[in-house]
Write a protein that binds this ligand. Sequence first.
Ligand SMILES: *Cc1c(COP(=O)(O)O)cnc(C)c1O
Length: 411
Amino acid sequence: MARINDNYLKLKAGYLFPEIGRRVREFTTANPDAKVIRLGIGDVTRPLAPAVLKAFHDAVDDLGTTDHFAGYGPEQGYDWLINAIIEKSYKPLGVSLRTSEMFISDGSKCDCANILDIFALDNVVAIGDPVYPVYNDTNVMIGRTGEADEKGYYQGVVYMPCTEGNDFVPELPEKKVDIIYLCSPNNPTGTVATKEQLKAWVDYANANGAIILFDAAYEAFITTPGIPHSIYEIEGAKTCAIEFRSFSKTAGFTGVRCGLVVVPEELMGTTETGEKYSLNKLWNRRTTTKFNGASYPVQKAAAAVYSDEGWKQTKEIIDYYMDNARIIREGLSQAGITCFGGVDSPYIWLKTPGGLSSWDFFDKLLNECHVVGTPGSGFGPSGEGYFRLSAFGHKENVIEAVERIKQKWGK
Ligand SMILES: *Cc1c(COP(=O)(O)O)cnc(C)c1O
């Protein structure tokens, strides 16, 4: 009989969202008339911008004509999309990139997972805690870790606690690491890293021959001037960092699927015998072998984000969410709840009032306010005592949820 990849058996069961679902179902069954408001989701709710939708439709129509039919495109993505992103999204940051340094994909989750293909298993990885679970689980699946301990930490991984004490930005590790995951603006904490904080990481990586995997899925939500949108705004990053971006949260593409990876030409790893080798070359090889490109209409829709109209409309949607974030942040603060994030990201990371555990606060919020959020402990042990609320809901619901929380805690 064929052997399975036993590494999968080390994974702790996907517990967080099924458990949330179970508790919400139990509550709604017992309280069928309660109007439950869900602020737990990490999914967008606004429809695609009209200019994006139009481009999407037009591209589908192209496929129905002999003259404009498109079959396989370049595996790396169409130049017209890559160049639009470079011009509109990187150049204004003072970052210049070559077309060959960007790879268009069907989303960032896949990219964050697939990138592990080009690295040896004996690299030591450093992962934040709390964290977007994909980084952790994909390293387990590929066989880089041992078993999980009772806290959920996997053997062999260097965990970097992100707490109030370090402004939720991981500190440089004492032990030498080879691959570092950084996510700014951060999911789940909603906080951002400053230029100085990122510079310290870039300097560490260059000094130690480490690679930073920089997840910038929420860069479009940054409102504070001076906060880096790209790791390449930091001097020296091109020799130590790979950047991931996604159209999912930026432009409502969670169901459409489009993301991108930047692998600079300067970026090198070493072979078994210690020679330098281009990671761009490896990622190109991996992409052309294992991927056949994001679909043509999707890339057309993505390119429309960078048209004048599409850009303006997309920004309006982001502003809508960020206004929700402001409403949540201000409302909770008025209720005496300490919150972080929500200024440069659509997530508010709140400290549970009265020292409740994350799950106890979840139950209380559900039972007494009929509001659903996400327990911080579900993102890692250092998330215990915290709770994530998302600004991706409908404004009326956000306002009502905040009113209910103020009623309960704002005394
Ligand atoms: C949503 C999200 C992504 C993007 O995922 P897609 O596969 O592009 O939808 C990447 N990283 C983080 C941290 C996210 O929250």
